[in-house]
Design a protein around this ligand. Structure first.
Ligand SMILES: [Zn+2]
Length: 65
């Protein structure tokens, strides 16, 4: 996969207004974006690195995407 193809993949799979994904750990909550920072490698191209947190109170799993 070339860099351009990779960026296109990110753009189509990490759309800013898509529904939050279901938590893969508890399958009950949804992953909410709690922090968004420019990607260290592709930030200049508008790519962001996002920290997600499960909104289920019994789970609360944190992950980065
Ligand atoms: Zn969860």
């Amino acid at each position: 996969m070339t860099l351009l193809e990779e960026l296109n993949w990110v753009a189509t799979h990490v759309a800013p207004y898509e529904l939050p994904p279901v938590c893969p750990w508890c399958s009950a909550g949804h992953m909410q974006v709690i922090e968004e920072t420019p990607d260290p490698n592709f930030g200049a191209l508008g790519v962001s690195s996002r920290v997600l947190r499960c909104d289920a109170p019994t789970c609360g799993k944190l992950t980065e995407a």
